[in-house]
Design a protein around this ligand. Structure first.
Ligand code: MIC
Ligand code: SF4
Length: 643
């Protein structure tokens, strides 16, 4: 029986467990990446592990999220990360060099290698045939120290692509179509593998758009084969030696199959407030818009920008629309400057932003009240833009640019003939903003620079014999990490200060939560299904830990957040009978007696609702290794005990 590409790469990296779907496996990690908003914590954790030099083949730290320096905090954190990198063997991509996923694809990614990153969009690397997975900072720290990364051995879904995209229909429309069909929880426990004749019609940046936004499916990752197109891309990046051809065996067996005929796709948009709320332009109508933002790790490649420049050429942005553009990397921005496309954009009235995440993470460009904003990004969760009642639609760069000129949502196919957009044969390469580490013999000469905003992170206590605690918060379905630990320009600078950032925990749902939780001392949070979807930020577990949350009981969890809870020593529990969710009210007191004894006996625990005088069962979907972590009080304590 033949193997899928996913199985080939995973099995060649297997260091623990067996390749049996649904069971836990440990894989060797070749590369890691961090960004600054999760990186400070990840490097503090790495330091706490006491490993002098990273043991990966390549580890890179990027500064791309917290680049709006409205106080000393972010600049201090950048310096801290830069100095840790220099000392411990990590490459440091300086602010201005670009968004982590875009730069990693350009300069570091290698087909067939494993990559984990402390950012949920790390699967962008799947665009060149990597197994690239988003993880919590602590998992990345462990991988940098040479430890395995653990995942549930995934099911593999084949997306068979046929045909060819019609003019002005984009890679973004492919992933929006997949999201429409599978939903934001449809990918949980799965890797999405793209195959078929249609693959050959997609360039590397287009493939990367698709794997990037596979994160929104809740998938472990997404991957494309590594083929002639991959070789050409790597060659143009002067990295042809990184190329290996890779694909699934012709007789590979998949767990599920989906067919997408690229020729039949039409321009799509994800409507507020979920990436799977997908409709066609025809269905939405010619809605008036206020803002357009082009960029983010999903759609900021040179190819995307060249299409935008072509559409904007000689025109002016509609008077009622603000258009901002953030090219994904210094390489992209440089090439736009060299080939004149930047001048075209400026001429049309675009507000050019630095190469960074920017508006995608609420760092500036928040829309006006109730403003309708078209964005080429990957997430449109409520409040994420920084404007609570902002209405965010996720679209392709083609649709974004056409609409910015028209002032209303516009089908890009109305633009008429589309020229052929080709990737350059040679990209402009200048890695002068990537600082290599010093050699091991010199590492003692490097001083790690810590600003006053960096506070020690909370470490959980070993598991209590009995947890008796009140319910501090009850929330509904599809709670994102942007609800649990909001980002944005005001809160992001606190990423290295858990006590301070905790004051904003769950602010989107209930501003009184942090105070109440602290007063309660210990508490339990109740959630609905797909709890914790979205980002990899471990702050969504560390802040609750700091506020005394001992367990979260939900209908179901998103993958990375659940792992982060375990890493933080918080019990992630799911209702055996979902109807029990309705019987619990905020402030009810729940008791889980003899927790360790119950966990040692199996994966079902009894919870007593002391207020209602009722008991119900909850399940815990963790491995024996994760149970040991929970007994110890989280991954750091566990690593200290187990070396
Ligand atoms: C995001 O897109 O939500 C982020 C910001 O990139 C996060 C990481 C973070 O919260 O720092 C992610 O996707 O993991
Ligand atoms: Fe940055 Fe947005 Fe990509 Fe997250 S999704 S890495 S915030 S560009």
């Amino acid at each position: 029986m033949g193997l899928t590409l996913t199985e080939k790469i995973l099995s060649s990296h297997l260091v623990d467990g067996v390749m049996e779907k649904g069971t836990e496996i440990g894989i060797r990690i070749d590369q890691t990446l961090t960004q600054d908003a999760t990186g400070t914590m990840a490097y503090l954790e790495f330091e706490a592990m006491g490993v002098p030099r990273v043991k990966t083949e390549r580890s890179v730290a990027y500064i791309d999220h917290n680049t709006l320096q409205s106080g000393f905090e972010n600049a201090d954190d950048h310096r801290f990360i830069g100095s840790v990198c220099k000392k411990h063997g990590i490459y440091f991509s300086r602010p201005g060099n670009g968004i982590c996923h875009q730069v990693h694809l350009e300069r570091f990614g290698i087909p067939g290698k494993t990559l984990i990153g402390s950012d949920s969009h790390t699967p962008t690397g799947g665009g060149i045939g990597m197994i690239a997975i988003g993880a919590g900072g602590m998992d990345v720290a462990v991988a940098m120290g040479g430890g395995a990364y653990y995942i549930t051995c995934p099911k593999v879904v084949k997306v068979n692509l046929t045909g060819k995209l019609s003019p002005w229909v984009a890679a973004k429309d492919v992933i929006l179509e997949v999201l429409k069909r599978l939903s934001v929880k449809g990918g949980v426990g799965k890797v999405i593998e793209y195959c078929g004749e249609g693959v050959k019609t997609l360039s590397v940046p287009e493939r990367a758009t698709i794997t990037n936004m596979g994160a929104e499916l809740g998938a472990t990752t997404s991957i494309f084969p590594s083929d002639e197109i991959t070789r050409q891309f790597l060659k143009a990046q002067d990295r042809e030696d990184a190329y290996t051809p890779l694909s699934a065996d012709p007789d590979a067996v998949y767990d599920e199959e989906i067919e997408i005929n690229l020729s039949e796709l039409v321009p799509l948009a994800a409507c507020p407030h979920s990436p799977d709320n997908v409709k066609s332009v025809a269905e939405i109508g010619n809605m008036k818009i206020d803002q357009v933002c082009i960029g983010s790790c999903t759609n900021s490649s040179l190819l995307d920008m060249m299409k935008v420049a072509h559409i904007l050429k000689g025109k002016t942005v509609h008077p009622d629309v603000s258009l901002s553009i953030a090219p994904g990397s210094k390489q992209v921005l440089n090439m736009l400057a060299e080939n004149g496309a930047l001048a075209i954009m400026i001429d049309a009235g675009a507000r050019i932003l630095e190469s960074a995440c920017g508006p995608c993470i609420g760092m500036g460009q928040s829309p006006n009240s109730k403003g309708i904003s078209l964005r080429t990004f990957n997430r449109n969760f409520e409040g994420r833009s920084g404007t609570k009642d902002g209405q965010i639609y996720l679209v392709s760069p083609e649709m974004a640019a056409a609409s910015a000129l028209a002032g209303v949502l516009t089908d890009p196919r109305d633009l008429g003939d589309m020229p052929e957009f080709k990737l350059p044969e040679v990209f402009t390469i200048n890695d002068n903003m990537i600082v290599p580490p010093v050699s091991e013999s010199e590492m003692d000469t490097v001083e790690v620079l810590r600003g006053p905003n960096i506070k020690p992170f909370p470490v959980a206590e070993p598991l209590a014999e009995t947890i008796e605690a009140g319910v501090s918060l009850k929330v509904g379905d599809n709670i994102t990490t942007d609800h649990i630990m909001p980002a944005g320009a005001k809160i992001l600078p606190l990423r290295s200060n858990i006590p301070k950032i905790s004051e904003h925990c769950f602010a989107v749902c209930d501003e009184s939560f942090p105070k109440r939780a602290l007063e309660m001392g210990k508490s339990i949070v109740i959630g609905g299904s797909n709890y914790g979807q979205g980002s990899s930020r471990e702050h969504a577990a560390l802040a609750p830990l700091y506020l005394g949350v001992k367990a979260v009981i939900t209908k179901s969890f998103a993958r990375i957040h659940m792992a982060n809870l375990v890493n933080a020593g918080i019990l992630p529990l799911t209702f055996e009978n979902e109807a029990d969710y309705d019987t619990i009210d905020a402030a009810d007191v729940l008791e889980i007696a003899n927790v360790e004894k119950q966990l040692r006996a199996g994966n079902t625990l009894v919870v007593t609702n002391k207020t209602k005088g009722k008991s119900f069962n909850v399940n815990i979907a963790v491995s024996e290794r994760q149970k040991d972590m929970l007994y110890a009080g989280g991954l750091l304590n566990y690593t200290k005990i187990n070396g």
